[in-house]
Ligand binder design. Structure first.
Ligand code: 6PG
Length: 248
């Protein structure tokens, strides 16, 4: 596990953008393609803006036509809703970049039945990754955030999706929101080549300390269940979230 501490949330986003550029270059040189699952949240938004807006540093260097964009999770809302992760990524990045429309795979979360939206997205994953029946997709990069309750993607503490072992993408009822979320499952996230957490803000310090302390590996903090089986796990953290982590 790699842990890198940056000064603030902006620096975390920049470190993530550098990592994105490096990983995309490597994957495209090796396989001609790069697949990424995006996350929602405020720090990723800044990352997406950097990739699309900073011409000389990122935008001109990224082979946008060779990048397949997916979503690690989505809210059960239409794509023009203020809470939509697609809307956020679209406004911050897709609309401002030369990415071909067919390379952006969004969840059709406007469907009234969340399970149907999840089934459809699972099928999209199967098609784009050319998967046989029991195969899992292997993303080059899964971007993740962590909530103060320890959730990651839309895997919230105590929710059914944490127990899912067969499916790739599911609707996950989250009692505290009285709503469904749509999310990649643990087997898929843990099959990625790289899982990259972006964590900023002092409201995360205590949870982060416990997640990284690594004693009990249980579902108290879903973020602790992210353990790439044959890949890398990197945490990009700002000083506020790190607390006294540096000293220890
Ligand atoms: C979402 C996310 C979610 C997010 C965390 C952290 O759809 O909200 O994918 O898992 O990453 O809630 O969000 P922040 O980085 O904004 O704190």
């Amino acid at each position: 596990m790699n842990i890198r501490i940056s000064k603030n949330a902006d620096e975390v986003s920049r470190a993530a953008a550098d990592e994105f550029l490096r990983l995309a270059g490597e994957a495209i040189r090796a396989d001609g393609a790069f697949s990424v699952a995006l996350s929602g949240g405020s720090t990723p938004k800044r990352l997406y803006e950097l990739l699309a807006n900073e011409r000389d540093v990122y935008r001109e260097k990224l082979p946008w036509d060779k990048i397949q964009f997916f979503f690690g999770d989505e809210r059960h809302v239409s794509p023009d809703h203020a809470d939509s992760n697609f809307r956020m990524a679209n406004e911050a990045m897709f609309a401002k970049s030369p990415v071909p429309e067919e390379n952006v795979h969004r969840v059709r979360a406007e469907l009234s039945d969340a399970s149907e939206a999840a089934d459809e997205y699972e099928q999209t994953l199967r098609n784009v990754f050319h998967l046989a029946d029991a195969e899992l997709p292997r993303f080059n990069l899964v971007l993740l955030g962590m909530g103060a309750d320890g959730h990651t993607a839309s895997l919230f503490p105590g929710t059914p999706a944490l127990n899912e072992r067969e499916r790739l993408f599911v609707a996950n009822p989250v009692a505290k929101f009285n709503a469904d979320r749509l999310t990649l499952t643990l087997p898929v996230i843990n099959n990625a080549a790289v899982c990259l957490f972006l964590v900023a803000g002092s409201d995360k310090t205590e949870t982060l300390r416990r997640v990284l302390d690594d004693e009990a590996q249980d579902a108290t903090f879903p973020s602790q269940l992210i353990r790439p089986m044959n890949g890398e796990l990197t945490w990009l953290i700002d000083e506020a979230a790190a607390g006294d982590l540096q000293k220890r």
